[in-house]
Design a protein around this ligand. Structure first.
Ligand SMILES: C[S@@+](CC[C@H](N)C(=O)[O-])C[C@H]1O[C@@H](n2cnc3c(N)ncnc32)[C@H](O)[C@@H]1O
Ligand code: SF4
Length: 420
């Protein structure tokens, strides 16, 4: 998923606004000597590709996803994607790409040939690291063993499956196009196609009991995929669920479910390395998402995709037009009109932007990453760091910035302090 969507998961709306630059609350940090990465190496670069179609729109989903009417216009999409990429190349000349995430929507709606030609064009145009992590998001309702194997043969080496639950009743309430049996079959297919598989699961589902939540989690863990993304189902504005809310577990039960998730994963030796991400080992973590969370760079192509790109004198945020048709037409015009927004981040926005991402990591980040990825001296945040340390919310030890246990509980508040 694109990071703007990623940070907007469980109760992180305030942070999401910051990440998309919508916050009106301008921070008062004044860098001592201008801003820019100067001669420092630029942050690692990833590529995000948005595929906007789904078989059916789920009632809880506020992603940029649209029901594919009869079929996906693959050819037109690939042409527009190529045009989008080619127009973006001058922004990333010579830079190595460390990971690709093909997200959606439902990228598994695309044929094996489409993914093959997409990846072939990326290899031809980009300086792609030979062992780059290449993830593709799939919906179990669109899974096919042969297609997964073909994706892998084209270079996809990680599959992320939107399982959500193994309970048929819950899946029906969520309006999913698959049942539990199909979810299990899709996981088996994914595991036999690639070495690295992530399962997305949601909890606090309509009518869900604690026992049902436990069963979903233990079932997911029993597949030993090595990575789980566990999201609290949130009622997002402008969704069917926001208009017609289903009966959801109350806050106490949802909190107990969260506790259960923490205890069960920890007891099995899994690490919660980020707000919603759990890995069996360090090698199982998502490289692509870790690049977002360490304030790395990413080029986002496809409808509605967001990007963040650093230069030696500035950091740019971009957003593509959201509607697939409009993005396709505009991208093919090759006049830059497919880009809805381009904005240079103000130096005073950077501390908040940096912390918004990096403090999502349970172990935080090396303090040296702040100057390296923002171009600002660490001195601009020292007073805030000190204030948060004094309150027992943040620790700055052995060159690492991270929240304390208390700070982790109040992450939104901690991050907001960097707006001041
Ligand atoms: C782009 S979707 C994943 C792939 C595919 N579209 C699917 O749903 O199977 C990313 C994930 O975000 C999570 N998600 C979507 N809407 C959510 C919401 N309202 N609350 C919590 N998690 C949500 C789901 O777990 C979903 O699998
Ligand atoms: S399949 Fe995934 S992206 Fe599509 S509507 Fe459902 S949750 Fe959203």
């Amino acid at each position: 998923m694109n990071p703007e969507e990623e940070v907007s998961r469980p109760g992180r709306r305030a942070q999401a606004a910051g990440n998309t630059g919508e916050t009106s609350n301008a921070p008062r940090v004044r860098p001592a000597s201008g801003h820019g990465l100067g001669h420092r190496p630029l942050p690692p670069l990833s590529l995000y590709v948005h595929v906007p179609w789904c078989v059916r729109k789920c009632p809880y989903c506020d992603f940029n996803s649209h029901e594919a009417q009869d079929s996906v216009p693959e050819e037109a999409y690939l042409k527009a994607l190529q045009a989008d990429l080619e127009q973006a190349l001058p922004l990333i000349w010579g830079r190595q790409v460390i990971s690709i995430f093909i997200g959606g929507g439902t990228p598994s709606l695309l044929s094996a040939q489409a993914i093959d030609s997409m990846l072939a064009s990326f290899r031809a145009c980009l300086n792609l690291l030979p062992d780059a992590e290449i993830t593709l998001e799939a919906n179990p309702g669109t899974a096919e063993a042969g297609r997964f194997r073909d994706y892998a043969a084209s270079g996809v080496n990680r599959l992320s499956l939107g399982v959500q639950s193994f309970n048929d009743e819950a899946l029906r309430a969520l309006g999913r196009i698959h049942d539990a049996k199909q979810a299990r079959a899709a996981i088996d297919m994914a595991l036999s196609a690639v070495d690295r598989v992530n399962l997305d699961l949601m909890y606090a589902l309509p009518g869900q009991t604690l026992e049902a939540c436990r069963l979903d989690l233990t079932t997911a863990m029993s597949f030993q995929t090595g990575h789980l993304s566990l999201y609290h189902l949130t009622l997002e504005p402008n969704t069917v669920f926001a208009k017609y809310p289903p009966p959801l577990p109350d806050d106490d039960l949802a909190a107990t479910m969260h506790e259960l998730i923490l205890e069960t994963t920890a007891a099995a030796g899994w690490e919660q390395y980020e707000v919603s991400a759990y890995a069996r080992s360090v090698a199982d973590r998502s490289l692509h998402n870790q690049n977002y969370w360490t304030f790395g760079d990413y080029l986002g192509i496809g409808p509605g995709a967001h990007g963040k790109l650093s230069f030696h004198d500035r950091i740019l945020r971009q957003a593509r037009h959201r509607m697939p048709e409009s993005w396709m037409t505009r991208s093919l015009q090759r006049d830059g009109s497919h880009i809805a927004e381009t904005r240079t981040l103000m130096p005073q926005e950077l501390p908040f932007e940096f912390m918004l991402n990096t403090l999502r990591l349970k172990n935080g980040v090396e303090a040296g990453l702040f100057p390296a990825h923002t171009g600002l001296p660490i001195t601009v945040i020292l007073p805030t760091l000190k204030r948060l340390e004094d309150k027992g919310l943040l620790s700055v030890q052995a060159g690492r910035l991270r929240t304390t246990e208390l700070g982790w509980k109040y992450l939104n508040d901690v991050v907001s302090e960097f707006l001041d």
